[in-house]
Design a protein around this ligand. Structure first.
Ligand code: SAM
Length: 252
């Protein structure tokens, strides 16, 4: 439905507008489904009062994390009003307790071994963004930095039980996996298993890369993780076109 509207808009705007106006409008239309997904996920999390931290694996320069932070805060303010008026149960310290945890090498992608990686993914170091640029984005966007925890390092080294203990990472309200490669996804899925609760939202980017093949990329890592953890099941909450999917997790 959203994709159909997008295509229709592309064809109308191509006829009516030209040059930079047209390309700006098309950028906006491309971007709206991402905004919609962020909106839906954060509303679900806050209105269901799912406790825990927001975790993002692969933050690059921080734009995704900033959007989720702002949306989460927006819904929190609206839910706090709503819950007060309608007498819903709510935890007044919900927002204060939520942290935004950023995991990234800040050195870009590692070397990929999967033979069918599209060319731009197989290049080691692509998406390289120094930690200071990520921090600069957060500062510019005026996030409360005391709510953001950054864990730099390669996932296969940084995603350990020690990291969980050190930073008291016990449960997640939402998890965004945006690290492109199967090899990067495997340690991430292993790390998040015991952070999942009923209602945790799992967002996976590039789900339909590699021609949508279930044995490739993050979709492969996700499938294997579900097989290895039969106590966890998921149902789709929302999606951004053919690229980014959000699932609600259930735990027996
Ligand atoms: C597409 S970018 C993330 C974009 C970001 N989520 C956003 O919405 O703006 C992918 C990121 O994943 C990181 N990454 C990929 N594989 C990694 C690994 N194995 N260990 C650490 N970081 C990794 C890269 O450094 C890069 O910053």
């Amino acid at each position: 439905m959203m994709q159909g509207m997008k295509n229709l808009w592309h064809s109308i705007s191509n006829k009516v507008f030209c040059g930079s106006v047209n390309s700006r409008i098309n950028d906006l239309v491309d971007h709206l489904p991402y905004e919609q997904l962020d909106y839906d996920v954060t509303k679900f999390v806050v209105f269901n009062q799912i406790p825990g931290d927001y975790l993002e694996f692969g933050v690059y320069e921080g734009r995704g994390l900033v959007r989720m932070y702002k949306r989460m805060l927006y819904h929190w303010k609206s839910y706090a009003r709503h819950a007060g008026i309608y007498g819903h149960e709510w935890d007044p310290s919900y927002w204060d307790k939520m942290r935004f945890i950023a995991f990234d090498s800040f050195e870009g992608l590692p070397e990929a071994h999967e033979s069918v990686d599209p060319k731009h993914f197989s290049k080691q170091g692509i998406y390289q963004m120094p930690l200071c640029r990520f921090q600069e984005t957060l500062r510019k966007e005026k996030l409360d930095l005391s709510k953001v925890l950054t864990v730099p390092g390669w996932f296969k080294e940084s995603l350990t039980d020690e990291t969980k203990k050190k930073w008291n990472i016990e449960k997640a309200c939402a998890i965004f996996i945006d690290c492109d490669l199967y090899e990067s996804g495997v340690p991430v899925f292993r790390f998040i298993t015991d952070l999942i609760q009923d209602g945790t939202v799992l967002i996976i980017d590039d789900f339909f890369r590699y021609g949508g093949h279930p044995q490739r990329g993050l979709q492969r890592a996700y499938g294997q993780w579900l097989e290895q953890n039969p106590q966890i099941s998921t149902s789709e909450l929302t999606r951004q076109g053919a690229n980014r999917l959000a699932f609600v997790c259930h735990k027996d």
